[in-house]
Design a protein around this ligand. Structure first.
Ligand code: IPE
Length: 252
């Protein structure tokens, strides 16, 4: 299973702008594995900017034109998904895509819905979904990763491909040197991370680490790698040694 971070495949601060070079680099290496992939992508600038402006992560808030924003973010996410699917098919990967607003309800790790799975490559993504209490909310791709990892048979490993950083660093990436990479993350390791909550409506790196640790507890390997180096993504998928952060189960 691979999560393509929204900050990796889009230009995060420019509304609805794809990072085509990076996306194509990754889909190209994905075509070189025989593994049966589940690909989950984030939103980046196709989701976070408008969601933040209209507070979609909070559910219904009076006084905001949220209905228009919900429709727009869903359309923008379908457009990003189309770009991902086109990039996959241009490299010969035939995949099936399942937009969560059609099958999932609720946000966080306990969202409801039967996880759709293709006989070939499965694709889904973070989305605006219905919610019983809040009316609607943002379901993060990281929660989709968690549930797919826990509920799909024979998941070998989960790779979080992130933008521009080699993995989890001991200090925020802006201050980090290559030596600050945490190669194996256990409970004992301390680090200081930043969350860009002014643009990010989901959980940033902290959410990946938390969900990753839960997946690792089930015996599935979890790795964070720099998606700017597509060869690392391929090595990680194949289980080869690679620069990145391996998330180990808690209390081990
Ligand atoms: C967010 O999904 C979905 C929307 C904002 C609509 P993610 O939490 O998976 O997105 P990234 O990876 O942070 O961009």
């Amino acid at each position: 299973m691979i999560k393509l971070g929204g900050g990796l495949i889009t230009h995060k601060d420019k509304l609805c702008t794809i990072n085509r070079e990076i996306l194509d680099g990754i889909t190209s290496v994905l075509s070189r594995t025989d593994k049966k992939l589940i690909i989950i992508h984030g939103a980046g600038s196709f989701g976070h900017i408008k969601s933040k402006k209209y507070m979609l992560q909070k559910g219904r808030v009076q006084g905001l034109d949220q209905d228009k924003a919900i429709a727009e973010v869903r359309t923008d996410m379908l457009e990003l998904n189309r770009l991902v699917m086109d990039s996959l098919s241009s490299h010969g990967i035939i995949a099936e895509s399942y937009p969560p607003h059609n099958w999932a309800e609720g946000t966080g790790p306990d969202f409801r819905g039967n996880l759709p799975i293709s006989t070939g490559v499965t694709v889904t993504f973070g989305d605006v979904v219905k919610d019983n209490e809040k009316e609607f909310g943002i379901l993060s791709g990281d929660d989709l990763v968690l549930r797919y990892a826990l509920e799909t048979d024979d998941v070998e490993r989960v790779i979080f491909a992130i933008g521009g950083v080699d993995g989890l660093m001991k200090v925020p990436p802006s201050e980090a040197t290559p030596d600050d990479l945490i190669e194996e993350l256990t409970d004992e390791i301390e680090y200081r991370s930043e969350h860009y909550s002014e643009i990010d409506v989901t959980g940033g790196i902290g959410l990946k680490i938390e969900r990753g640790a839960r997946i690792a507890e089930k015996g599935v390997e979890v790795l964070l790698v720099n998606g700017y180096h597509s060869e690392r993504v391929l090595s990680a998928i194949e289980g080869k040694m690679v620069r990145g952060t391996k998330i180990l189960p808690r209390n081990c």
